[in-house]
Design a protein around this ligand. Structure first.
Ligand code: AMP
Ligand code: MG
Length: 268
C-alpha cells in the first residue's frame, strides 16, 4: 500500500481526493487492536502524570461527517482512562445565548485547564463548515474566521495547551452503510436523525468546506490529522498513537514530593 501522509504539509492546499479513507498502512485488524491496548496502558500513566503535574493541558478536536465515528473514537481510545481529569464537550447548534456572543466564546469556556484533557466532539470548526454550507456566513466572513481560529489556537498553545485536531475521513459509501446499520438496529435508532439525510445531500459542499478548513487552519502549532476512518481499528490506532506521542513529548513527570517524606512516621 502506498504510504499516505497523516498531516498535510503546512500551508498547502488539501485535496481530500488524495486521502483514501480505506487506507490502513501496514496494519491488520488484530495488530492494530493489540497495539491500541498496549498504548492505552501507557496513556493511563501519561494522563495521571499530566494531572499530577498540572502544567500542561491537552485539547483534542474531533471533526467528521455524521456517522464518521466521533463518539466511538472517544469510547474506544479513552477506554480505561481515569475519568477524573478528562472532559468531553459536544457542541450542538448554538443556543440564543451562545449566538449573542462571538463564535469562539462557548469554545474558549470549554477548553481544558492545566492538568486536564479536553475532548471536543465537534468544535469551533462547525462555524466554518455547517455555517458555510448553509450560507449562514459568507465566504469572506469564513476567511476572517480562519484567521480568528488560528490566532485563538496560537493563544492556547502559547499558554500551555497542546492541540491535536483529527478529521475522521470516511467515504460517502461508508456513511450510507453506517446510516443503514442505525436504521436496522433498534439499539441504534437513537443515533439516527432524518435531518442527517439532508446534510448528506450536501456531501460535496461539505468536502469543499472541509478541504478549506484543513488547508487554512493547519499550523505547525495546531496541525490537522486527516485520519483514514473507514476502518475503525485503523482510526483508533492512528489517534491513540498521535495522543501518546504528543504526551510523551510534553516532558511530563510526577511533581516533586514534599520535603523529607522518607522521615515521615505514621503514628498508630
Ligand atoms: P450531533 O453531533 O449529531 O449531536 O449533532 C449536532 C448538530 O449541531 C450537528 O448537526 C452540527 O452541525 C450542529 N452544530 C454544531 N455546532 C454548530 C454551529 N456552530 N452552528 C450550527 N450548527 C452547529
Ligand atoms: Mg448526529
Amino acid at each position: 500500500m502506498k504510504k499516505q501522509r497523516l498531516i498535510p504539509p503546512a500551508s498547502s492546499k488539501v485535496n481530500l481526493a488524495d486521502y483514501d479513507p480505506d487506507y490502513t498502512g501496514d496494519y491488520d485488524k488484530q495488530t492494530a487492536r493489540d497495539e491500541v491496548r498496549q498504548m492505552q496502558e501507557r496513556l493511563q500513566v501519561l494522563q495521571e502524570m499530566l494531572y499530577a503535574q498540572g502544567k500542561h493541558a491537552l485539547l483534542i478536536v474531533l471533526q467528521a461527517m455524521d456517522a464518521g465515528g466521533k463518539d466511538s473514537t472517544i469510547k474506544k481510545v479513552f477506554e480505561g482512562i481515569n475519568p477524573q481529569g478528562v472532559f468531553v464537550t459536544s457542541f450542538k447548534v448554538p443556543t440564543d445565548e451562545e449566538l449573542g456572543h462571538d463564535f469562539l466564546w462557548r469554545i474558549h469556556r470549554s477548553v481544558p485547564r492545566k492538568g486536564h484533557i479536553g475532548i471536543f466532539n465537534r468544535s469551533h470548526y462547525e462555524d466554518v463548515l455547517v455555517t458555510r454550507v448553509n450560507k449562514l456566513v459568507s465566504k469572506q466572513e469564513c476567511v476572517r474566521r480562519y484567521q480568528h481560529i488560528n490566532a485563538f489556537e496560537r493563544l492556547l498553545t502559547d499558554t500551555g495547551t497542546h492541540i491535536l485536531k483529527f478529521y475522521l475521513h470516511i467515504s460517502k459509501d461508508e456513511q450510507k452503510e453506517r446510516f443503514q446499520d442505525r436504521l436496522d438496529r433498534p439499539d441504534k435508532h437513537w443515533k439516527f436523525s432524518i435531518g442527517d439525510l439532508e446534510v448528506r445531500k450536501d456531501w460535496d459542499c461539505y468536502m469543499e468546506a472541509y478541504a478549506d478548513a484543513l488547508s487554512e487552519c493547519n499550523t505547525d502549532y495546531a496541525p490537522w490529522h486527516i485520519v483514514p476512518a473507514n476502518r475503525k481499528w485503523y482510526r483508533d490506532v492512528v489517534i491513540t498513537r498521535a495522543i501518546v506521542e504528543t504526551m510523551e513529548g510534553m516532558g511530563l513527570a510526577y511533581p516533586e514530593p514534599e520535603k523529607d517524606l522518607d522521615k515521615v512516621k505514621i503514628k498508630d
